[in-house]
Ligand binder design. Structure first.
Ligand SMILES: Nc1ncnc2c1ncn2[C@@H]1O[C@H](COP(=O)(O)OP(=O)(O)O)[C@@H](O)[C@H]1O
Ligand SMILES: [Mg+2]
Length: 215
């Protein structure tokens, strides 16, 4: 399964989402079955992995390296368009399109989805990221996207400082011992389960972490 995280804009949480979705998928589908490919010339995901020396539960490789994994998450640069976008759409089983909930970013998403329409067909959902903390029950932007018929993840990612701490330490928020870490991990877990359900891979709900045994 090939999943590409891409958008029209930089700084909307693509790399953070690619890293955390890869980690959630490794948890749901089995460690060793997932790899992340960094196709962004900035190499942010590669840098993230290098800071933590084995702190991520999956390998991160560059675009020209070989990958040996059943499931691959691609982290892309912003402003993918034209042939590059067409190639990404054709190659991927699924696109995750992160956006922040502000007006300018949502407009950019609109343009991106128009480009995507022309580029080819690929299943996708928009993921709202860095949603302000005071919007716990209501996610701004979601209603607008849904109203426009844009497939949007039901779960969204709250704005949490802990994501920056995780990047600094080269790990996911799951390994960070700070406020918001568990909630941040849970946000991405929910997104990964929606994604798996979309792809017919179903949620594996038995979570050993909860400490409860299956009856
Ligand atoms: N949910 C979040 N809460 C707070 N900060 C975030 C969140 N997601 C990403 N960030 C921060 O926002 C910045 C841009 O995120 P990044 O994932 O690098 O975006 P992109 O890959 O789209 O450029 C980084 O400093 C990152 O740590
Ligand atoms: Mg990035």
């Amino acid at each position: 399964m090939l999943i590409t995280v891409t958008s029209h804009k930089g700084g909307v949480g693509k790399t953070t989402s690619a890293v955390h979705l890869a980690a959630c998928l490794a948890q749901e589908l089995g460690e060793g079955s997932v790899a992340l490919v960094d196709t962004d010339p900035n190499g942010s995901a590669l840098e993230w992995a290098a800071r933590g020396e084995g702190g991520l539960p999956f390998p991160v490789v560059g675009a020209d390296e070989e990958v040996d994994a059943e499931h691959v998450v691609f982290d892309s640069q912003g402003r993918l368009h034209g042939e590059d976008l067409a190639a990404a759409a054709e190659m991927s089983d699924y696109l995750v399109v992160p956006t922040t909930p502000d007006f300018l970013a949502l407009n950019a998403v609109g343009r991106f989805l128009e480009d995507l329409d022309e580029a080819g067909e690929c299943r996708y959902r928009v993921l709202l990221t860095m949603v302000p903390w005071y919007e716990r029950l209501y996610c701004p932007g979601r209603a607008e996207l849904e109203g426009a018929g844009v497939p949007t993840f039901a779960a969204w990612i709250q704005n949490r400082k802990v994501f920056q701490h995780a990047a600094d330490a080269g790990v996911t928020v799951k390994e960070v011992n700070r406020k918001g870490a568990e909630a941040g991990w849970w946000d991405y877990t929910r997104v990964s389960r929606e994604l798996l359900a979309d792809l017919g891979l179903g949620p594996r709900r038995l979570r050993r972490e909860s400490g409860r045994r299956a009856p």
